[in-house]
Write a protein that binds this ligand. Structure first.
Ligand code: CTP
Length: 215
């Protein structure tokens, strides 16, 4: 993709919240900073950016079309409405893999006994986009692995039919959830791996977008 100017780009960011009852949810510590940094840098490069963002207090520039969502299902629905016209899709959101099977209509009262909540899988947005992808679309996934990082990230790339996968390091202090900095490696379909230093999320976003432009 020679340049991002004028290209339609979809970015997912942030966590998702999966309701247990009207006041409680299952969520995660994603701040949305990495995805929002990607959106901000892409706008500077002239892309037309749609940001589909889970609950995050991080603001974004007005020129970014921002769609705020809560759950994995909301995020899936919002992405599906936009995907056909996109040139580049970057899925940096930390989507919950499971949600409560039944959402209680009223607040669950405390009892002396324990409480079990049955969970069911959420729709896998990246996997669905991999199946729908046309040859002119570029699909970028994110991966967070604790074991066999590169091997698992590579099989995720193949399984979900991505062009690139950004592997977040959990091994480095200052990288990942909530931090201002991040350390990533980017894998492509041809087994190329580019590893970057720990840097600000804005700089990481520039690296990712540069790699997309060179791809
Ligand atoms: N993802 C998604 N929809 C989901 C779950 C994940 O679109 N329901 C996307 C994330 O945005 C990310 C990628 O899938 O781009 C990788 O997510 P990850 O949780 O690391 O992978 P999983 O497929 O859930 O596999 P596992 O948890 O077994 O590592």
């Amino acid at each position: 993709m020679p340049e991002l100017k004028g290209k339609n780009m979809l970015i997912t960011a942030g966590p998702t919240y999966e309701a247990i009852d009207p006041v409680r949810f299952i969520g995660n510590h994603s701040s949305g900073k990495m995805g929002i940094a990607l959106a901000e840098e892409a706008i500077k490069l002239g892309a037309k950016v749609t940001l589909i963002c889970g609950p995050s207090s991080v603001p974004s520039t007005e020129s970014i079309k921002r769609v705020d969502v809560i759950s994995a299902q909301n995020m899936f629905d919002a992405v599906m409405l936009e995907q056909a016209k996109m040139d580049v899709m970057i899925l940096s959101a930390a989507v919950a893999d499971y949600r409560p099977k039944n959402v209680a209509e009223s607040k669950i009262k405390k009892k002396d006994s324990g409480l079990s909540i049955e969970l069911e899988p959420t729709p896998d947005i990246l996997d669905s986009l991999g199946k729908l992808k046309t040859k002119n679309q570029l699909l970028v996934g994110f991966a967070l692995e604790t074991d066999n990082e590169l091997e698992n990230a590579h099989s995720k790339l193949k399984k979900k039919n991505c062009d690139l996968i950004v592997l977040n390091s959990l091994q480095d202090a200052g990288a990942g959830f909530g931090h201002e900095t991040n350390k990533v490696s980017i894998l492509d379909r041809h087994n190329n791996i580019t590893t970057f230093e720990l840097k600000s999320k804005a700089e990481v976003a520039k690296d990712i977008l540069r790699l997309i432009t060179d791809y």
